[in-house]
Design a binder for this molecule. Structure first.
Ligand code: AAL
Length: 400
């Protein structure tokens, strides 16, 4: 086990090293040949270049310019107006914000009442705070005080694939058309129910929205449950990383195509690296409405939870939170698929609704300067809050 942990730490270290901005070809070449400069030794405070600890060996592979802008700290704040905490109401998983006619728009999951869980009659109970949700939206002039505008997308009619809950939504605007993609569950909502992704579109930001007749993404169909008892941990075969649920969809227009990033949950999910076994995948389409084809390179992240992705410097950046060995890292890929660690954070807001109105390329984490998140007031009730982040640029004592 010990050797496994060492291997893991080494791999994480190496990926951090590889991922840092390597400035010049010369710098890379010197690293390959293990040439160490006096400047590097001085920068790292290494006294004996012939007595290098494992940590110093790794540090010597870092670039001299570590790229502080990939690292950030954050705080969470209350919102005002209709998105302030309301007793008895769940508002969670905010979408990204986009701007229209001078106003920010956000979509989110909304349900009412406490969660009963799975112990009772699942036909009548509410099994999760995100069960029995519809997608609502709100607008704001300043991103702080919000006005709830009403329902955007409601659950489907009985018998449809989304008749139990529609939730965890994202927005994309493309060529004058608005697209909402979201999670769907069809009843009865038992612990083995599969979760899919639906899409709705409209020519107007205020709707009405047309829903896709079929889901645009479904779980892999290659896991095998063990027995008939409702037990999601009992499996003969786990199947692909997304054999149980496809969640947290987010579509980005990228390189002339549409990249649908999502979180996968696997049948027979286990606890690994001190958290849930959660992975991310991507499915790619030529048109916003699909068909979306899962990448053969999936999973593209073996850590993370809610999807938080944005374009940066010709590639795609991703904030990885909550689960897995690479949790609390900011990653970047030159091609939307091959992600490397660029920065590590102490923690980050969850279920982020990014501010898509900024110039992403100003700074790798510019899009995270402020946005929306949700927090748990209790297990039953979540509410949407605002967050702010900043890059650390100095460390000074009082009066210094
Ligand atoms: C979230 C998301 C998905 C899950 C639940 C509601 O934060 O990962 O949306 O289903 O929790």
């Amino acid at each position: 086990m010990k050797s496994k942990i060492h291997l893991f730490i080494a791999v994480l270290g190496i990926s951090l090293i590889i991922s840092c901005n390597c400035n010049t070809k010369t710098e890379n070449l010197m690293k390959e040949k293990n040439i160490v400069t006096d400047e590097q030794l001085d920068f790292l405070g290494i006294t004996h270049k012939d007595k290098l600890s494992a940590a110093s060996k790794r540090a010597l592979k870092w670039p001299m310019d570590l790229g502080n802008e990939w690292f950030f700290e954050y705080k969470v704040e209350d919102l005002k107006g209709d998105l302030a905490y309301e007793e008895g109401v769940v508002r969670r998983d905010p979408s990204a914000m986009i701007k229209h006619d001078g106003k920010y728009y956000v979509w989110y999951s909304k349900s009412v009442g406490p969660t009963d869980g799975f112990a009772g009659d699942i036909e009548t109970s509410k099994v999760f705070p995100w069960d029995r949700c519809d997608i609502w939206y709100a607008t704001s002039e300043d991103g702080i005080t919000w006005k709830e505008e009403g329902i955007a997308v409601a659950r489907g009619e009985k018998g449809s694939y989304d008749d139990r809950s529609v939730f965890t939504v994202e927005i994309m605007e493309w060529e004058g058309v608005y697209y909402l993609c979201y999670q769907t569950v069809g009843g009865p909502y038992n612990v083995r129910v599969k979760n899919q992704v639906g899409l709705a579109w409209s020519n107007s930001i205020n709707g009405p929205w047309t829903k896709s007749e079929e889901p645009i993404l479904s779980p892999a169909n290659n896991g095998i449950w063990k027995g008939d008892k409702q037990d999601r941990f009992a499996v003969e075969k786990k199947g692909d990383f997304d054999s149980h649920k496809v969640h947290d969809p987010c579509i980005l227009p990228y390189k002339g195509k549409f990249y649908l990033y999502y979180k996968g949950e696997q049948m027979g999910e286990q606890i690994t690296f001190g958290g849930r076994q959660i992975r991310h995948g991507v499915a790619i389409a030529d048109n916003p409405k699909g068909p979306y084809i899962k990448s053969e390179y999936n999973p593209i992240s073996n850590s993370g939870h809610e999807i938080c992705v944005w374009p940066y410097n010709g590639g795609i950046a991703s904030l990885i939170t909550t689960d897995g060995p690479e949790k609390n890292t900011v990653q970047w890929s030159p091609d939307g698929i091959n992600f490397e660690i660029m920065g590590v954070v102490k923690g980050a807001p969850h279920a982020i609704g990014l501010n898509r109105t900024v110039d992403n390329d100003k700074n790798p984490t510019e899009i995270l300067r402020w946005g929306l998140t949700h927090e748990y007031k209790s297990y039953d009730y979540q509410y949407i809050r605002g967050f702010k982040t900043w890059n650390v640029i100095n460390h000074k004592a009082k009066g210094e």
